[in-house]
Design a protein around this ligand. Structure first.
Ligand code: SF4
Length: 415
């Protein structure tokens, strides 16, 4: 078994993604050049819809990290952040952003032109500690930027109560007031409703695309998961809806034609935790032995429909829930979600990425593996790695474990 750094894409629409990514970064730089206020923010919290409704430019430093990993920039960034005293045990997103900000941010030849400097910085709370720390670093690095800090409660999805929602609604109103004062623009609530409707339509399409993965053979695998870029950066725009509609149409047609990711799908796999952004080819590495990664934890973050009848409350609920669907939820709830996914997608085996630099998603994996084996009879393996730092990953060790796991699954299927 060999692993290429880049994943092999089977969907022609997913191959178009590079153009969508390039156009987004071009738009960010154009906005800066034209004087449109640029705001840096964490993903998944409802601020993106407010930004697009007010014609402001959202930028996502967390999302920039996978881009850096794909372009091979992370080793240099880690060197900078470690030189500043950031431990190798910290989240790779945090260390990469610090290294970028204090390293080659304004260097020549940074792919896609890098990130334009922020006029506004939004920090939402509610996510994990490293995600919040990223924004503390940003505030220090860009002292002239206007800062908005929301104090979002860190509450498990199943524990969200009316008072949490009421508080998040008040924070949304406070955010709009801040943006109106800082930029001189006025929120058009009719426009906000349209944006929230587009955002919800993107979620609906996302769910529909994911549902086709229940087909055997699956027409789309984890190798194509990069399509989530539009869910991070383009939610609330026709760009996301148009792109996902094309992906949906292609996936639907492949499902109708019985066209799988590989010709002979023998084993269906589940991937827990964040992908290895510097080596997405791992998803394909099971394919030579008939294995396909059919489902994964990460895609749940975008499966969040919005009640468009009250756009502000819809965004407030999103701010409470979407981070929590992946990284800030109870182990019990995470176990339920993994088991449900393995049932729904007819999974034969699960791969647990024990992620050295993401404690929130790695915590509880032993309990989940146990429940998978006892309740569903699904075997699993653990691989030691890191979603950003390739020094914490051994390809040879991965290949040995993955080959043995595939052989065991194939044998199990035969009897
Ligand atoms: S959830 Fe994990 S990967 Fe994401 S910012 Fe937090 S520690 Fe980093």
């Amino acid at each position: 078994m060999e692993a290429e750094r880049k994943s092999t894409k089977r969907l022609s629409t997913a191959r178009d993604l590079a153009g969508v990514v390039a156009e987004y970064y071009l738009e960010c730089h154009r906005a800066k050049a034209e004087g449109k206020p640029v705001g840096w923010m964490p993903p998944m919290n409802g601020a993106i819809e407010i930004f697009y409704a007010m014609d402001l430019q959202p930028v996502f430093p967390e999302n920039w990290s996978p881009v850096c990993a794909a372009f091979g920039l992370t080793p240099a960034h880690f060197e900078v952040s470690e030189g500043m005293g950031y431990s190798r045990d910290l989240c790779g997103y945090l260390r990469n952003i610090v290294g970028y900000l204090y390293g080659d941010m304004h260097g020549q030849g940074v792919p896609l032109g890098g990130l334009p400097e922020p006029d506004l910085i939004l920090s939402f709370g509610g996510g994990c500690i490293p995600a919040m720390k990223i924004f503390q670093v940003l505030e220090e690095r860009f002292p002239l930027a206007r800062i908005f800090r929301a104090d979002g409660p860190q509450v498990a999805v199943e524990d969200i109560r009316d008072h949490h929602v009421a508080y998040a609604v008040s924070e949304m109103h406070r955010l709009i007031g801040f943006l109106e004062e800082a930029t001189g623009r006025t929120m058009d609530y009719g426009r906000l409703r349209e944006v929230v409707e587009l955002s919800d339509r993107a979620c609906e399409l996302w769910d529909e695309i994911m549902s086709y993965r229940k087909f055997v053979p699956t027409p789309i695998s984890a190798s194509e998961i990069g399509i989530m870029f539009v869910m991070v950066t383009r939610q609330g725009t026709p760009i996301a809806v148009d792109f996902l509609t094309r992906v949906r149409d292609e996936v639907k047609q492949r499902a109708a034609d019985g066209l799988g990711v590989i010709a002979d799908e023998k084993v269906r796999l589940f991937w827990d935790n964040i992908p290895l952004w510097y080596n997405m080819g791992l998803f394909n590495s099971f394919e030579k032995m008939g294995g396909v990664v059919v489902a994964e934890t990460y895609s749940a973050a975008w499966s969040l429909r919005l009640d468009t009848s009250d756009p502000i409350e819809a965004l407030a609920r999103k701010s409470l829930m979407s981070y929590s669907l992946v990284s800030c939820l109870s182990i019990e709830r995470r176990k339920e979600m993994v088991l449900k996914s393995c049932r729904d997608f007819s999974i034969d085996g699960a791969v647990f990425h024990q992620n050295k630099s993401c404690a929130p998603i790695t915590l509880g994996q032993a309990d989940i593996r146990k429940a998978l084996a006892e309740e569903l009879g699904i075997p699993s393996i653990t691989i030691d790695a890191d979603h950003m730092d390739q020094r914490n990953f051994s390809l040879a060790q991965f290949q040995t474990r993955a080959d043995a796991f595939m052989e065991m699954l194939l044998l199990k299927k035969r009897f």
